[in-house]
Design a protein around this ligand. Structure first.
Ligand SMILES: Nc1ncnc2c1ncn2[C@@H]1O[C@H](COP(=O)(O)OP(=O)(O)OP(=O)(O)O)[C@@H](O)[C@H]1O
Ligand SMILES: [Zn+2]
Length: 598
């Protein structure tokens, strides 16, 4: 019979279907905990939860399945344990990285009817998106940041995928701004975190000669390189564990390096000159209030104290990574950034503020997570065709949904939606045909690369001029003028379970080319020597795609940011702003046109 409220929504017949559906939830953080609760209350037959992380104190305000006693416990297993007692669903938890191909081969994913993404980074989102494309599995992608949030249903082959729109990597700054001419507090924080801290405690790399330094001035380039190598020497100091060198470190960073900068006169023609930190003293007087702005003396004292502590830690830990929740690493970065800010006459920040910036933190809001998880679970019923009174879903009728601040449509409407676009023909992920090649272990040894390539050519009508790339390692295995490896066996080429092979038509000047195809190698225990998938590899007209075609006017970043494409979006944006119904793509953004979404 089942829970009467869910039966009312889906009907008795669909309820039986719902009970047999197996879904995958990736991420048991802010959205993940909410989603797991919803999916359990909806009585999905089986819910598998994957999360690689353990619980932090800072998660407890919104990840309501966790308690103080759970800190340092795995998120996935703890979430499942917390909800098990009210669950009518079979729950399975994994404390693992979803990108672990040994633990989660493609065949494992193929057991699910639907995947929910509740992730916080671009790499994992992309990986799941690609996997869903491989298996033609529907995916419900989601993210939130503060009051902003979105869900995007992705139906492979029918609606745009996560990678159909360009995803920008987070904002970066030119090296010369960070290393020579900071003009905002964030430049000092980036210097302290990404350059100083990582040089001294994480790893020692000198500046690569081809790194874009953002300056042409030979004197400045020379100084940046020299400074990096000198820092390498400081790292040796730090490793020695000798506390007496701390004043030398301060002198090097905030006096001699600054004096060297001052000697490059070009830099200061149109800028205020920095003031080196001459005559500093170190005392024991420490400020412990993380939300106040400390005096210069307090910054110097805290910098000396925490450097001493990190030197001691380094002796046992060998390498220390920056972590916003590790007070020592945060204090080092905050005080170093603030002393540099004093030197460059820039505003100084409290430790708490530096934590927000250095940890890329936008306060997570439990309500936004709950709304987005609610929308995602509701969308799942549509995607799976389980709603009682709604006719079978045409993917064209599915919508993305956004919470208020991410929408430009109406200032007094909290939720807005936008019809899903069709797949972008130039998408690097979903414009490629995909399938699974199964083969026996003995075939790996007996079949040569050339034989496999011939079989693929024949089956999918590829021409002679194709290239074959091992996508897992980005190795070129063959192309029209490189056939040296074709006589080698697949196992000689280290190809096997989980390898990804990309075949591409390499002909020039043809009116019509075959689309690329990507194959996943899967070992087959049933004795099949070699079986190629029954997939259709379409052709396309290369000249038909002009660079302007269908360019999206916004970018949804999985890391994630919503960014307006300034060059292309203007006219479209206007159109959207004028539109009243139906709500369309989001565009109302903060002043700097960036909204971060986890
Ligand atoms: N590759 C991955 N495999 C499995 N789980 C992942 C992977 N990448 C991220 N996650 C999980 O996705 C979840 C995202 O949740 P959320 O955005 O609330 O982040 P959080 O780490 O819990 O919080 P915060 O970043 O604010 O401290 C996290 O629990 C994280 O461990
Ligand atoms: Zn795509």
């Amino acid at each position: 019979m089942g829970d009467p409220s869910i039966v009312k929504i889906v009907g008795q017949k669909n309820y039986a279907k719902l009970r047999s559906v197996k879904v995958l939830l990736v991420g048991a953080g802010g959205i993940g905990c909410e989603l797991l609760k919803n999916l359990v209350l909806m009585e999905f037959g089986e819910i598998h939860v994957v999360d690689l992380d353990t619980i932090d104190l800072s998660n407890l305000n919104r990840q309501f399945l966790f308690r103080q006693r759970d800190i340092k416990q795995p998120k996935a297993t703890t979430a499942v344990r917390a909800i098990q007692h009210v669950s009518n669903s079979k729950l399975v938890a994994y404390q693992s990285n979803i990108m672990d191909t040994e633990k989660f081969p493609l065949s494992w994913f193929s057991e699910f009817s639907l995947i929910f993404n509740a992730l916080d980074n671009l790499e994992a989102r992309r990986y799941v998106n690609q996997t869903a494309q491989f298996l033609h599995l529907p995916l419900l992608e989601s993210g939130t940041a503060g009051f902003d949030g979105y869900i995007q249903p992705i139906i492979p082959g029918q609606t745009e995928c996560f990678d159909c729109t360009t995803k920008e990597t987070p904002k970066t700054f030119p090296v010369c701004t960070i290393r020579s001419t900071p003009s905002q507090p964030i430049h000092c924080i980036v210097w302290a975190k990404n350059f100083l801290f990582s040089q001294l405690f994480a790893s020692s790399t000198s500046v690569a000669t081809d790194e874009d330094l953002g300056t042409e001035d030979p004197q400045e380039i020379e100084r940046i390189k020299q400074e990096t190598n000198e820092l390498h020497e400081l790292q040796e100091y730090i490793k020695s564990g000798d506390n007496s060198c701390i004043p030398d470190i301060i002198t090097k960073l905030f006096v001699s390096d600054i004096e060297k900068l001052l000697s490059i006169e070009n830099l200061w023609k149109n800028r205020e000159k920095p003031t080196p930190l001459h005559n500093f003293e170190i005392s024991n007087q420490l400020n412990t209030d993380f939300s106040s702005v400390w005096t210069l003396q307090e910054q110097v004292n805290a910098f000396a104290e925490v450097t001493k502590k990190l030197m001691k830690r380094l002796a046992t830990e060998k390498e220390i990574e920056f972590d916003k929740d590790d007070t020592d690493t945060l204090k080092f970065v905050a005080t170093a950034a603030n002393i540099r800010a004093y030197v460059f006459h820039l505003p100084v920040k409290s430790l708490f503020d530096v934590k927000q910036i250095a940890g890329n933190i936008i306060p997570a809001i439990a309500t936004t997570n709950a709304i987005i998880a609610g929308l995602s679970s509701l969308a799942s019923l549509r995607v799976l065709n389980l709603l009682k009174h709604i006719p079978p879903t045409d993917p064209k009728d599915l919508y993305m949904a956004f919470t208020a601040k991410a929408s430009n449509i109406s200032s007094n409407r909290y939720l807005s939606n936008s019809q899903l676009a069709t797949p972008n023909p130039r998408c690097p992920v979903c414009s490629i045909a995909r399938g699974v090649i199964s083969l026996s272990t003995s075939a790996l040894k007996s079949i040569t690369l050339g034989e496999l390539l011939d079989a693929i050519r024949t089956k999918y009508n590829y021409p002679g001029e194709v290239s074959l790339v091992d996508k897992s390692t980005q190795r070129l295995l063959a192309d029209f003028d490189f056939d040296d490896l074709l006589g080698k066996s697949l196992s000689d080429m280290k190809l096997g379970q989980g390898s990804l092979l990309l075949v591409a038509d390499e002909r020039d000047d043809e009116e019509e080319l075959k689309c690329s195809a990507e194959f996943y190698l899967q070992l087959d225990a049933t004795g099949n020597k070699l079986r190629l998938p029954e997939i259709e590899v379409l052709s396309f007209k290369p000249q038909a795609m002009s660079p302007q075609e269908d360019e999206p006017d916004y970018i949804l970043n999985g890391n994630g940011e919503i960014i307006i494409d300034e060059d292309n979006g203007d006219s479209r944006k206007r159109e959207l702003e004028d539109a009243s119904e139906p709500a369309a793509k989001m565009a109302k953004l903060d002043d700097d046109a960036i909204v971060l979404l986890d």
